[in-house]
Design a protein around this ligand. Structure first.
Ligand SMILES: Cc1cc2nc3c(=O)[nH]c(=O)nc-3n(C[C@H](O)[C@H](O)[C@H](O)COP(=O)(O)OP(=O)(O)OC[C@H]3O[C@@H](n4cnc5c(N)ncnc54)[C@H](O)[C@@H]3O)c2cc1C
Length: 392
């Protein structure tokens, strides 16, 4: 468990109650405290990083189709690169790039369009040919690859270290972290949440921020706020050490199937695939079912991985919204209920920027990124229209 976790009873009062001790709650706590809002309590029912953020290694990227996602990803990449200085922690960042392998004309067209938008925003992505892609990732076979999209600033880092860094700094400046304590209800008076009930006691507060990941729909219901987030299991595996040892490669994705792989510790690879057969649900049992489609895809795309030995793995939950874009904002009612959830598999890479944005929303400042389109009310109001295309 990160060293800043405290298994204490919650205080009777806090200015801000943050629900959820994942990367999002940690980032929000850090950014609030850094801005002088120090009377903050973060409530986590289990341990810090026990939810979706517990993934051993998380990808970070700015290669998206939606300009807002590109901006949140790029801003977060800058913050992650600066993490050793602010807040001051080694997060194991490897900026090895993301390499999307493209095997259909439709994919190439979609990525050409997205790269044009990314480059306007300052992201150094480019379309490359199959031979250049193989130069970057010698494990791939070029047959069937029409082109690839590569951005060198992308990469991967360690989510639990990020949580440790943010929470250590927040606690050091006055925040309280309460673990092993579940939020069970909220009292609403007029247009405001006045109290948060927990398994360890009641906290009166000036504001509540929901960073409850895949469990956010139930937390929203406690405040009468509709947060359309569905849990869907996703699984990853760690291979046995490869011989010969793998070179340093980008985070490499077969776009059509979502099968992916990148370096992990000690000559191993982390591998994964979003299994389309997975039904929504909270089960996080790790199975090997998804390895069958993974191996089938890799027999064409990266033959050395088709038979690779997998020694361990991890299962967690994607927190999916209807358009695969996040829910970030302040409720109309109760007006002191804010939320940052529904990241649909991209929460780790957006966490630094979202922490800044939520700080600004709480402080009634103009947010560093305009997240107006991510308001949770957009579905009821029929305002969806830009589903993210580059979802893994
Ligand atoms: C296999 C897999 C691979 C992924 N890969 C990537 C990747 O490469 N890059 C990327 O950006 N993202 C990735 N993601 C997604 C990313 O992990 C999530 O988007 C991110 O961790 C969400 O963070 P969070 O803080 O919002 O939620 P969580 O980390 O789930 O935190 C929410 C917390 O709220 C707590 N909670 C819930 N209910 C209550 C309650 N009633 N009271 C108190 N506490 C409560 C939970 O215990 C949990 O700890 C991946 C996810 C999975 C499953």
């Amino acid at each position: 468990m990160p060293r800043s976790a405290h298994n204490t009873a919650p205080p009777d009062h806090a200015e801000v109650v943050i629900i959820g001790g994942g990367v999002m709650g940690a980032s929000i706590a850090f950014h609030l405290v850094e801005a002088g809002i120090t009377d903050v309590v973060l409530v986590e029912r289990d341990e810090l990083a026990s939810g979706s953020s517990g993934k051993p290694i998380g990808g970070v990227r700015a290669q998206f189709s939606d300009p807002l996602n590109i901006e949140l990803g790029a801003r977060s990449l800058t913050a992650y690169a600066d993490f050793p200085h602010r807040p001051g922690h080694d997060i194991g960042l490897s900026q090895v790039g993301y390499l999307f392998l493209l095997t259909t004309n439709d994919q190439v067209t979609a990525f050409e369009d997205s790269i044009a938008v990314q480059r306007r925003i300052g992201v150094p992505a480019r379309l490359i040919d199959a031979d250049e892609a193989r130069g970057l990732c010698p494990l791939i076979a070029t047959d069937g690859i029409l082109a690839a999209a590569f951005s060198p600033d992308d990469g991967h880092a360690r989510p639990t270290r990020v949580i440790d860094g943010y929470t250590s700094a927040a606690v050091g400046q006055g925040a309280t972290i309460v673990t092993g304590t579940a939020v069970t209800g909220m009292d609403i008076r007029g247009e405001r949440v006045t109290q948060v009930h927990t398994s360890g006691g009641t906290i009166s507060c000036a504001a509540v921020i929901c960073a409850g990941g895949a469990w956010s729909a139930a937390l929203g219901e406690m405040a009468g706020v509709h947060l359309p987030v569905r849990p869907v299991r996703r699984q990853v595996g760690i291979t046995a050490p490869l011989r010969p040892a793998p070179p340093t490669i980008p985070f490499t994705i077969d776009t059509g199937s979502t099968g992916y792989f990148h370096n992990a510790d000690d000559d191993t690879l982390l591998i994964g695939l979003a299994d389309p057969r997975e039904e929504p649900g909270f089960d996080t049992t790790w199975t090997s079912d998804w390895l069958t489609p993974f191996r089938a895809v890799m027999s064409d795309r990266a033959p050395a991985l088709a038979e690779v030995v997998v020694t361990s793995g991890w299962a967690g939950l994607y927190e999916i919204t209807p358009d695969h874009n996040a829910l970030i904002g302040r409720a109309d009612s109760p007006e002191n209920f804010l939320y940052a959830t529904g990241f649909s598999g991209h929460g780790f890479l957006q966490a630094p920027a979202v922490g800044e944005v939520v700080r600004d929303l709480y402080m009634d400042r103009v947010p560093v990124v305009d997240v107006g389109p991510l308001d949770a009310g957009r579905f009821a109001a029929g305002r969806t229209g830009r589903p993210e295309r580059h979802v893994v």
